[in-house]
Each structure stands twice: as C-alpha cells, then as structure tokens.
Design a protein around this ligand. Structure first.
Ligand code: ZN
Length: 340
C-alpha cells in the first residue's frame, strides 16, 4: 500500500501535535471569552448537537447469543494462491482483467455490482473496477468489508505478485463470504468490496493513490449509501506470518475497540494493537464522509519492512493462521455490531 509512510507519518504526527496545541489554545481562549460574555443558557445555541460515540462494551454479545462462524484459513490462503498464480495484476493489465473475473466467479450466488470508471491518474487514464458483492440482511444498515486487489503499478515490470499486499485479504474476503452466505442473515447487510487502484501510479501522495475508493465514496455519498454504512472494515497486509495488527491512528476509535474486544473473545488479542501507526489507506475516503472506519493492517512486513513492495512479497511470507486470526475476529466483530 503506502510508500514513504514513515516519513509522512512523522510529519503528520508533528502536524497533529502542533494543530492540537493551536486548537487547544484557541478553544481555551474562546471558552474564557464565552464564559465572560454569554450566559450559560445561550452557550451552544449555534453549535451542532454533539453525537456521543458509541460505547464499545455495549456491543459485547449476550452470553446466550449464537456463536459467530469461523473461517477456513486454509481455504482463504488457497484463494490467495490462486490470485497470485495469475502473476502481477497492475491496473490496465490483462492479468488484472482476469483477476476481476476470478473474484466474480468466486462470489456466485451473491448480488454483484461493479463500479467501472476511467481514472485519470498521474500515469495516465486507466479503466478501474470496484467490485461489490452483497449479502442482504434483515436489519437496516450495511457493514462493508474491503480489500484492494490491484498490485503496485510502479512495480509492474518486476515479478511483484502482492501475496500479502492485496491477494491475502482478497482471498480472505472470499472465504468470509463463503461463511456468511451459508445461512440466513438476520443482521445488517454485508457488502464485500474489492477495491481497485489503491496503489500509487508514480509516487504515493494524497493525489496519486486510492483512486477506486475516492470514486466509490463520492458515488455512495451522492446516492445515500454512505449514510447507511454502520462500519467500514478494511483489511490490508494481514497475511504476514509474523502477524501484529497495528492500532491505526486514522481509524474510528469506538469501532477499533469493538474489534479489539472481538479479538479478546476469540482468543486472538495477542495479535492486535501492540504498535500504533497512522495509516493512509482505502478507509480514508470513507472517513472523510463520516463513515465509521477501521483499517486492520500489519505494516511491519519482514525485518525493517523488507518485504513490502518488493518481489519478496510471496506466498512463503504469509500464513493460513494469520488469515484465520483476522477472519475469525472480523466475523466476531460483525456479530457484535449486530447486537445494536
Ligand atoms: Zn501496496
């Protein structure tokens, strides 16, 4: 996914601290001013009503609630292998088109929608396709599970197959669909989103990245879909054999904690949130339109991140167990989200 993230991250964090100080100082000033000038009864008359964030503990399922299904980690990694077997799948390539067909073939029985458009990227125009497969539910609302499936375009002439970076999570999404479509869905609708054009075309920047999700977030904002999304759960690079899912500083805290509590209940807590990083990833365009988002990503891939965006990102670096851990935790999180 991200290039030069660490440098950017430190800049972001520095900026965040600075902004926090400035805003905090300004708020202190305005609060003092308000205290002096306005009677308490009129304070806040012009401000939007505060919406309290949900309490993560309120989502803990009751003891007698039916258990969540579990994924088959071996089958999930088999799908990842099949995607990798196509070879590099950068945007605009024949392989990319074949992988689109492969993904759709694995989601038979679900309602499939394609968001096809031409992206005007830093490297020129490319046809992109966000693929959405839907399991309708009885409750009014949508939970989106997302993974990108394109491989890094700048590495298109190397044998970069993105086993962890795109294939593992796409395979896991297919397997979670297998589990969730197996019985009637009394909860929220589940949408499996295979995003396209996540990768930069030249150098990662706010402009040169996330082409598919920027397009789809705009579309879903305009057609009213975004307002129905209860949770947008993004998976990226979590096939790593040495799994440690980061606590992402750009995710919605209450949703992140609902998933942390699900990890605890499934016995997987040790794999989660041992390090913190702020991620620029496919969740950001949805965060920008006020959708609750979380990015489940392990952005330490090999010593000193040696396997990230290199030809070393191969099947021997990922494991069925890591997909099992994240898949089971996400399915338990869906069970929790459905309690509300
Ligand atoms: Zn990548």
């Amino acid at each position: 996914m991200i290039q030069h993230l660490r440098n950017r991250q430190f800049r972001c964090r520095g900026g965040f601290v600075f902004v926090t100080l400035v805003v905090g100082f300004a708020l202190t000033l305005s609060a003092c001013k308000g205290d002096q000038q306005k009677p308490a009864s009129s304070q806040g008359a012009n401000s939007a009503p505060a919406v309290a964030a949900p309490n993560p503990a309120d989502f803990d399922p009751p003891a007698n609630a039916p258990a969540a299904p579990k994924v088959d980690g071996k089958r999930a990694i088999q799908y990842a292998q099949e995607i990798v077997n196509f070879g590099p799948r950068p945007i605009g390539s024949e392989t990319h088109r074949k992988v689109e067909d492969y993904i759709k073939s694995k989601l038979q029985g679900l309602q499939i929608e394609e968001d096809k458009f031409t992206a005007n990227t830093t490297a020129g125009n490319f046809p992109l396709n966000n693929i959405v497969a839907k399991i309708p539910g009885k409750k009014d609302g949508i939970i989106v599970l997302a993974s990108h499936y394109d491989t890094n375009y700048p590495l298109r002439d190397e044998n970069f197959v993105g086993a962890n970076d795109g294939a593992a999570t796409s395979g896991l999404l297919i397997e979670m669909a297998n589990q969730l479509k197996a019985k009637a869905n009394d909860g929220y609708s589940i949408w499996f989103l295979f995003t396209d054009g996540e990768e930069a075309t030249v150098n990662w920047s706010a402009q040169d990245s996330l082409y598919g999700t920027k397009h789809l977030a705009k579309k879903w904002q305009q057609d009213g879909t975004a307002a129905k999304i209860k949770a947008f759960i993004l998976l990226d690079m979590i096939g790593d054999k040495d799994l440690d899912v980061d606590k992402d500083g750009n995710s919605t805290p209450w949703l992140q904690e609902v998933i942390g509590r699900a990890a605890e209940r499934t016995g997987n807590k040790k794999y989660f949130y041992n390090s913190e990083q702020a991620m620029d990833d496919d969740h950001l365009p949805f965060k920008d339109i006020n959708v609750p988002v979380v990015d489940l990503i392990d952005f330490t891939y090999g010593f000193n991140n040696l396997y990230h965006h290199t030809t070393e990102d191969k099947m021997d670096k990922i494991s069925a167990n890591s997909l099992q851990v994240v898949g089971d935790t996400v399915l338990e999180s869906i069970r929790a989200l459905n309690t509300k």
